[in-house]
Design a protein around this ligand. Structure first.
Ligand SMILES: [Zn+2]
Length: 276
């Protein structure tokens, strides 16, 4: 599927009855550049043979452009699976966040992995370049890529098409969202789910949503809720299903960790109260 002048994607739809539930809206693997000449590929999907086959078939369908590098958004298994075979087939460098580079280097051997530098631009073919943005949050080694001529932001798992991202470090994540928003993308191409048109608005929405939740958590704490469970009860609807309640508790914990880092609450024996 062609998304903009220089962006193409193969959308891998998953069997929802098995692992698919992990990736609402499926997974997208992107090819960026000029299909008649050379391109870069973004991420390599799950390590299933059927996925790697689909990626190679799509490369064939594009007319077998020369792939000059494989760019990785982060080191989770659903983004670096199949990398071994794809890197061998395309015989190109793999580029990734410096924190991920040693692990991938160990997996692939040789000199095939080159860590990204913050200020560099990566030629993609078609006279375009991609700029990497170090954007920790979903994961510490997370990286987005911005294609200026098409105003497309490849958001990895920091912003998803059909669901909300799981966040490991919320403080870093909020800063990353600001950085992503500053590129003022027209389209956001996520690692999973549908392409996001009105990309900039979606990023601002996400910032406002997380900020709103943080305000609610702070209010709950200032009104006396002092355990994760009490905060969940104060902030979320009462009759949440068990699995949703667990997800809500995880989310509240990421908010509390951020507020603690910012010295806005203090933790005493696993209870939370407003900072003096
Ligand atoms: Zn993912």
């Amino acid at each position: 599927m062609q998304i903009t002048d220089h962006v193409f994607s193969t959308h891998i739809l998953e069997d929802q009855s098995t692992f698919g539930a992990m990736h609402p809206g499926g997974t997208q693997i992107y090819f960026v550049g000029d299909a008649s000449e050379e391109m870069v590929m973004i991420d390599s999907g799950e390590p299933y043979r059927a996925w790697t086959r689909q990626i190679l078939d799509y490369h064939e369908e594009l007319g077998r452009p020369r792939i000059t590098s494989i760019l990785i958004t982060h080191g989770h298994g659903d983004h670096i699976g199949g990398l071994d075979r794809l890197q061998e087939t395309f015989d190109c460098p793999v580029r990734c966040h410096p924190r991920l580079a040693p692990r991938l280097q160990h997996t692939l051997g040789g000199n095939s992995v080159q860590p990204l530098r913050a200020s560099e631009t990566i030629p993609t073919g078609g006279g375009c370049t991609l700029r990497p943005l170090f954007t920790p949050g979903h994961e510490v080694d997370h990286c987005c890529y911005f294609l200026r001529p098409d105003r497309v932001l490849f958001s990895g798992d920091n912003l998803l098409g059909n669901s909300s991202s799981s966040v490991r470090d919320l403080r870093a994540y909020m800063r990353s969202l600001e950085r992503m928003g500053a590129t003022r993308p027209s389209v956001v191409c996520p690692g999973h789910g549908n392409t996001i048109i009105r990309g900039e608005a979606r990023i601002q929405q996400q910032i406002a949503h997380r900020q709103g939740r943080e305000d609610q958590v702070l209010i709950a704490v200032s009104e006396g809720a002092s355990t994760v469970d009490e905060i969940v009860s104060a902030v979320y609807p009462r009759n949440l299903r068990r699995n949703l309640r667990d997800a809500a508790a995880r989310n509240v914990r990421t908010h509390l960790a951020k507020l603690k880092q910012e010295n806005r609450i203090v933790e005493r024996e696993a209870t939370y109260t407003p900072a003096p």
